[in-house]
Design a protein. Structure first.
Length: 296
């Protein structure tokens, strides 16, 4: 038995599928199936009930899964300790980024860090704030960029950007030539929003509810470029962060929203009282210093 077998077993159990687990691990399905079969042979038990359409863990599978997770966590901690001993000559940092985030200046900071520590590698995962918080809490990510507020009992955070959302319209929309639009004027509009993994979804709906209407949502997406295309196709209106609006094309118009304006505040988060590798700690300090200088 080796750690790879256990890690593959955990991935199959998490996905309830050999094929999806293989996709996540970037290996072929026969490879992962053979690895699990070898593990079952070594242990002398069946880990999965394969008699039904959906894959289910056996009783033995449930028991071994819990122990496998502990072993995998211990192995990860061992790798982190070894990274520390190597004095930042090696390391790996997992960062969650929201797709609605203008990451250009952020990536410049990461580029500068890479020049200083070329042996440290990065993994970037794009998701909404809710999923990023879950992944940081479950140690699937080291740090993440999220929309505040966050859970201060679970996470430390460093705020680095605050800006308004702007209304996105088709150029022929009756409100497209306004300098500013009251939020209440959108009561009868069709909204295109980010999906429910994104805090902005809640932020916009709550702002509308607070002034007396529930927005009519006709579509949701995880990509701002697709939202832009839907607005350009006259499917509805949307609200996007001001920094993103700089990259929109001439097929849409942007207008200031007032009474009330809707703001978002971005922050870096990391687990409170959780172990961070030396590489992640150094990157956090490096990034906080650069973001502070940028905003000063």
């Amino acid at each position: 038995m080796d750690i790879k077998q256990l890690q593959y077993f955990i991935e199959v159990a998490n996905n309830n599928s050999f094929s999806r687990a293989a996709e996540h691990l970037f290996i072929t399905q026969p490879t992962i199936s053979k690895m699990i079969k070898n593990l079952e042979t070594e242990l002398g038990v069946s880990l999965f009930d394969r008699s039904r359409k959906k894959l289910f863990l056996t009783d033995a599978g449930h028991t071994i899964l819990e122990q496998a997770k502990l072993i995998d966590k211990a192995f990860t901690n061992l790798e982190i300790e070894l990274d520390n001993l190597l004095g930042l000559k090696k390391g790996h940092i997992r960062i969650g980024l929201p797709p609605i985030f203008d990451a250009h200046f952020f990536l410049k900071i990461i580029g500068s860090f890479h020049e200083k520590y070329p042996g440290i590698t990065f993994q970037f995962v794009e998701d909404g704030s809710k999923k990023i918080e879950d992944d940081v809490d479950n140690n699937l990510l080291d740090v993440g960029v999220v929309v505040l507020p966050t859970n201060n009992e679970m996470f430390e955070h460093f705020s680095f950007m605050e800006e308004d959302l702007k209304l996105i319209l088709h150029p022929t929309h009756p409100l497209a030539n306004q300098i500013e639009v009251n939020l209440a004027e959108l009561a009868n509009e069709s909204f295109i929003l980010f999906n429910k993994d994104f805090v902005l979804n809640d932020r916009i709906i709550n702002a509308c509810n607070n002034i007396g209407f529930n927005p009519h949502i006709i579509s949701e997406s995880s990509q701002w470029s697709f939202i832009e295309e839907m607005v350009a196709s006259k499917l509805g209106i949307s609200l996007l962060p001001e920094s993103i609006c700089r990259y929109l094309n001439k097929n849409v118009r942007t207008v200031k929203i007032v009474n009330p304006s809707i703001r978002w505040n971005l922050a870096l988060i990391w687990g409170k009282n959780k172990y961070l590798s030396t590489a992640a700690k150094e990157w956090l300090q490096f990034t906080k210093e650069h973001l502070t200088n940028k905003n000063s």
